[in-house]
Design a protein around this ligand. Structure first.
Ligand SMILES: Nc1ncnc2c1ncn2[C@@H]1O[C@H](COP(=O)(O)OP(=O)(O)OP(=O)(O)O)[C@@H](O)[C@H]1O
Length: 241
């Protein structure tokens, strides 16, 4: 398996605040790779740089062998980088099918093809019975599924999941873990920011821990959660919650 995403020496500041510091990481094709770290550590900002919403100050992001540093989101979407957002913003007065079809139009101009793609990923995401429901009427778990379905409709090769398990019940987390595994089995590489450690332990082959924008550990979930530096960054124990 080759490297799908390579980040070299990435730096980003917001005014005087360093949010990404000399960050280097490498993700292999087919991996489920986790990013954890305390609140405000710079996880979402890193996602925003990978998906083109924020330009890094320096360093490079190489995806699928191409330097994509600073490229805009629509170009990266076309290249196969799909993402979910931590704060979900569907078109509330539109149906699930409509919202997902919007994602599918990233790959086709054909209405029928877009709707077919949307139906397919809605089914995969477990929303089959809710496709005609208005997005504003969905439960939290279904909103998360919608967010995943929208990203899947863009046919990503690399899928960035930003805290898709937050706010779910334990059994909903189990279902989502299954779904994420299925997505990977279908050939998608996954990079996920997640606070739900039980799921990180189950899903991720490797985990990056960042604190104040800086890598403080990287390795298997078992290794990083036993690392004293990581435990200290979480002020003792929270990492095992
Ligand atoms: N556009 C912005 N302008 C200025 N500061 C920002 C901006 N976006 C984020 N920040 C700040 O950068 C830091 C990193 O934020 P980021 O959202 O990346 O952290 P995070 O690790 O994703 O946190 P959380 O787990 O709470 O979502 C925070 O201190 C945040 O307040």
């Amino acid at each position: 398996m080759g490297v799908l995403l390579q980040i070299n020496d990435l730096n980003k500041k917001f005014g005087g605040l360093t949010v990404t510091k000399n960050l280097t990481l490498s993700i292999n094709e087919g991996q489920i790779y986790g990013i954890i770290g305390p609140n405000g550590a710079g996880k979402s900002t890193l996602f925003n740089q990978i998906s083109g919403y924020i330009k890094p100050d320096s360093g490079s992001i190489v995806y699928n062998g191409k330097d994509i540093t600073g490229k805009p989101p629509h170009v990266l979407c076309h290249e196969g980088i799909g993402r979910t957002f931590q704060i979900v913003k569907p078109f509330g007065n539109k149906t699930v099918l409509y919202n997902v079809a919007v994602g599918a139009f990233a790959r086709t101009n054909n209405r029928k093809a877009a709707l077919e793609k949307a139906e397919e990923v809605i089914e995969k995401a477990g929303l089959g019975s809710r496709k005609d429901v208005l997005a504003k009427n969905l439960t939290i778990v279904d909103r998360k599924r919608l967010e995943i379905a929208k990203a899947l409709a863009t046919e990503p090769k690399l899928l960035l999941l930003d805290e898709v398990l937050a706010g779910l019940t334990p059994s909903e987390v189990d279902d989502a873990v299954k779904l994420i595994r299925e997505i990977r089995e279908s050939g998608v590489t996954i990079l996920m920011i997640e606070h739900v450690m039980r799921a990180v332990m189950q899903l991720c082959e490797r985990v990056l821990v960042i604190s104040y924008g800086e890598k403080i550990a990287e390795g298997t979930p078992q290794d990083v959660t036993q690392d004293p530096i990581v435990i200290e960054a979480y002020l003792g124990g929270e990492v095992h919650a």
